[in-house]
Design a binder for this molecule. Structure first.
Ligand code: ADP
Ligand code: MG
Length: 819
């Protein structure tokens, strides 16, 4: 008897050989097979009339074969089949189609699917063939004059028919595993499971329900199959399903594979039928339940309960260089409330570029420091770490700690410090002589131990990986150990900051165990940044504009996609290959993955042309210095310079000793020079939205009117991609980071957007975080509710079953659960 756990090789029509090739694609059990869902559907009950066809769209047409012909041309054979429906006809064309010559016979019923194109020859000849389809997919449904002759005919006709993505593999006689094959197998599996279900129901209830079914008779529609509703396969408490009005699991799977007549095709395609929703809900419910459990466990861990007496408040006040915005006050309140609790804080602070996260972080650091603990601030690049160090010194330099009566002690720890300085700094950190330690991922080196780490702040968190975050948190110095009185220091508090504004529920899912605070307000006095697109042909005008701004006392950034040379074989984003600047493994992977994808996508067209020639920071620095920007003071900044060189250049730019900083994306995050008013991004077509938004955020930080100029190169082929075009237009249209993130998310999908590895999120079987946001909200709310208090309508047994399932699922699929 078939069970969900039965290996696929035991399924009729599958066997050892196909079973192996399916297993290679991750389909090992009956359950896996059932979760191989159709990726589109064809409505063959109400087929689209030919009169409604529209050129340029994908269409699925049902018709009869009117005739076919094999044409020989100079470049090969072309097979043409004319499909008719009443007076209308569509010409189907296959190149090198000799193999089709005997497949079609006049009068056959055929379903085709493909892109419709207007047919010119048809117009000329005045007949009704207005469309053609090149290389359509097809299925022959019935022979002329004959009723469909096999038991599966009803799976292919007179209903909404599922179409599956191929899993590869062939039958023992060499035929491909087609959608038709898949339909039959899945249908049979559902039939078998129905019997299993009925059997088990009968077992427990005594009513035998399947005695009406005579062997050999045409199989009844599955909708009368009660066996599939058997509780043996249910994964969610029936009371929950009833309350949310969702179908049982197997009924949902059946309906997704073989939708009932009348199910709107649009809902099927959008995965929005109740059946789809049920499967998506289940997947997200268990994900959210796992995350909820993690959060709850985190809350059970011991942290430090920081005190915030008048002395601490006094300390905070004396460092504030300006009036905080209402939003800054609010999030600081949320952070401080967390820090006061005896559990470790896990908080994500979101705020658009320039919203003023740094000062909030500094204040949080002071709370820890005034409680006698150390605070660590980790930044993804050396430039940013150094800048934070300098501004922390400026901010806190003259302040006196009410607790110690002495100035604050701040240390900088980065990878490129000379070994002696590094050792010395590490010593100070270990002995507790530095209270605020600012650095890069060097902070995580094993030698970098803290004596009493109370707060970890991670700036630009999206550039790090989740794993790193935890590595820093699990420093030996911050673990409870015997020498330390119980309850004094255990897990440090964590504040992660990011300018990537994403919907809250999504953030809570991606960042799993973090609570979220949002700064949704900009500091006063900002003027909108004027954003314009232009092309490299008009570079001269851009340089003139830069000159004018500099003449008015302003400064400018020019950003290039590569460091040196003109070829694309360098990393597109230099931090990816730049050891010291590299924001850790994950960010590196994320970037190279993106770059890899892009090359792959465009390689088809680009192979025809020469390699793209790109302008680079180093070359343009030389060019402009002696050419278009001669007379201005130019500086060059990129990841391959030594830390000292970088620091000197940044300091000179800060002081205003450099007018124009020619740079790579090393300045993408955090760099803060209020007098800079122009950001020119060259080869803007090559930059991602998040990156451009971050780069633009480098200007508009002072009161002066600021400009962002997106200059596009002319790629081989002459045109930038549609996606690049959309990105640039979006940049011009809005400065709202939230809106841009939405588009970015839509273009790249959550996996790339966040870097799948970084998130540690599973690949979903049904759900799509972007598409299914509404269900995600629901799943989160229900998971919280389920974890919080027992629902009287759910039995103890059902609850236990859910927890058991969660355990198995997380161990098997997500591997996130710690033993
Ligand atoms: P981000 O959130 O991008 O890290 P920053 O913390 O770097 O932003 O702040 C951007 C700029 O705005 C800095 O120059 C900072 O000094 C300034 N700033 C922050 N908060 C305020 C405020 N409340 N009033 C005036 N200026 C502020
Ligand atoms: Mg910042």
């Amino acid at each position: 008897m078939l069970e969900l756990s039965t290996p696929v090789k035991f399924i009729k029509r599958i066997g050892e050989r196909i079973g192996e090739s399916l297993a290679a694609r991750g389909v090992e059990t009956v359950e896996d097979l059932l979760y191989h869902l159709p990726f589109r559907y064809e409505d063959r009950l109400n087929p689209q009339p030919m009169s409604e066809l529209v050129a340029g769209t994908m269409a699925s047409i049902l018709g009869e074969v009117r005739g076919s012909v094999l044409l020989r041309t100079r470049s090969g054979t072309i097979f043409e089949m004319t499909l008719g429906q009443g007076l209308g006809t569509v010409k189907c064309i296959w190149f090198h189609g000799t193999y089709l010559k005997d497949r079609f016979k006049a009068g056959q019923m055929v379903a085709v699917y493909g892109k419709l194109e207007a047919s010119r020859s048809a117009l000329a000849s005045g007949n009704l063939t207005r469309f053609k389809m090149i290389q359509p997919q097809f299925e022959i449904l019935a022979e002329p004059g004959k009723a469909p002759d096999n038991e599966f005919a009803m799976l292919e006709m007179g209903r909404i028919v599922p179409v599956y993505e191929s899993l590869g593999g062939t039958t023992p006689w060499g035929a491909k595993l087609t959608s038709r094959w898949m339909r039959r197998v899945i249908w049979s599996v559902l039939e078998e499971l129905n019997k299993t279900g009925q059997f088990s129901e009968a077992d427990s209830s005594t009513a035998l329900r399947n005695d009406k079914q005579k062997p050999g008779a045409p199989q009844p529609a599955l909708s009368s199959s009660k066996g599939l509703d058997s509780e043996m396969w249910e994964t969610l408490p029936p009371a929950l399903l009833a309350r949310l009005n969702l179908p049982s699991r197997m009924a949902a799977l059946r309906a997704v594979h073989f939708p009932e007549a009348g199910t709107p095709l649009a809902e099927l395609v959008a995965a929005a039928t109740p059946a789809h929703r049920r499967l998506i809900f289940e997947e997200l419910f268990y994900l959210e339940l796992g995350l909820e459990l993690k959060r709850r466990r985190m809350r059970e861990r011991a942290g430090t309960a920081f005190a915030t007496g008048p002395a601490v408040r006094e300390a905070l006040k004396q460092v504030l260089p300006f009036h905080p915005t209402a939003a800054q006050k609010r999030v600081l309140g949320e952070i401080v409330a967390d820090m006061r609790r005896p559990q470790p804080m896990r908080r994500l602070l979101q705020g658009d570029v320039g919203s003023g996260k740094t000062i909030v972080a500094m204040q949080a650091a002071l709370v820890a420091i005034e409680n006698g603990a150390q605070a660590a601030l980790m930044a993804p690049t050396e430039i940013l770490a150094t800048q934070h160090y300098l501004s922390a010194r400026k901010l806190l330099g003259k302040a006196i700690s009410p607790r110690t009566g002495k100035p604050y002690r701040i240390a900088l720890l980065t990878g490129s410090l000379d070994p002696a300085t590094k050792r010395q700094t590490q010593g100070r950190v270990m002995r507790g002589e530095a209270e605020l330690v600012i650095g890069t991922h060097a902070l995580q080196e094993d030698k970098a131990q803290f004596s009493n780490l109370g707060l970890v702040i991670i700036d630009e968190q999206h550039r790090f990986g989740v794993g790193q975050r935890f590595k820093l948190m699990r420093k030996p110095g911050s673990e409870p150990h015997e020498g330390r009185p119980a309850g004094v220091v255990t897990d440090p508090d964590l504040l992660a900051m990011t300018a990537t504004p994403i919907p809250r529920t999504l953030a809570l899912t991606i960042y799993g165990d973090l609570d979220v605070s949002v700064i949704d307000e900009m500091p006063p006095g900002r003027t909108p940044i004027v954003t314009r697109r232009t092309t490299e042909e008009r570079a001269q005008e851009v340089w003139e504009f830069v000159r004018k701004q500099v003449a008015q006392g302003r400064q400018a950034y020019l950003v290039y996609p590569i460091i040196e040379g003109a070829n694309d074989d360098q990393p597109e984003f230099d931090f990816a290959h730049d050891a010291e600047e590299q924001a850790g493994e994950s960010a590196g992977q994320q970037v190279s993955k993106t770059a890899g994808k892009r090359t792959k996508n465009s390689s088809k067209t680009e192979k025809l042309f020469e390699r793209p020639k790109l302008r680079s920071a180093t070359d343009m620095y030389e060019d402009l210095r002696t050419g278009a920007l001669k007379g201005l003071r130019l500086g060059l900044l990129h990841g391959r310079l030594s830390a000292d060189e970088k620091e000197v250049t940044m300091a000179r730019f800060h002081r205003g000793d450099i007018d124009v900083l020619v740079s790579t994306t090393v300045i993408e995050v955090g760099v803060d020079v209020a007098n800079a008013s122009v950001m020119v991004i060259d080869h803007a077509e090559r930059f991602g939205l998040a990156q451009m938004h971050q780069l633009r955020g480098r200007v508009g930080r002072g009161a002066a009117k600021s400009y962002c100029i997106l200059m596009t190169g002319i790629p081989p082929g002459g045109k930038i991609t549609e996606q690049a075009d959309a990105r640039l237009n979006a940049m011009v249209a809005t400065q709202n980071g939230f809106e841009l993130a939405e588009l970015d998310l839509a273009q790249r999908g959550p996996g790339e957007f966040f870097g799948t590895r970084q998130t540690g999120l599973p690949e979903f079987r049904v759900a799509n975080l972007l598409r299914d946001r509404a269900v995600l909200e629901l799943a989160k709310a229900e998971a919280e509710r389920f974890a919080a208090r027992p629902d009287p309508a759910v039995t103890k047994q059902e609850r236990d079953a859910v927890w058991e399932r969660l355990k198995q699922q997380w161990q098997r699929r997500y591997g996130l659960m710690e033993a």
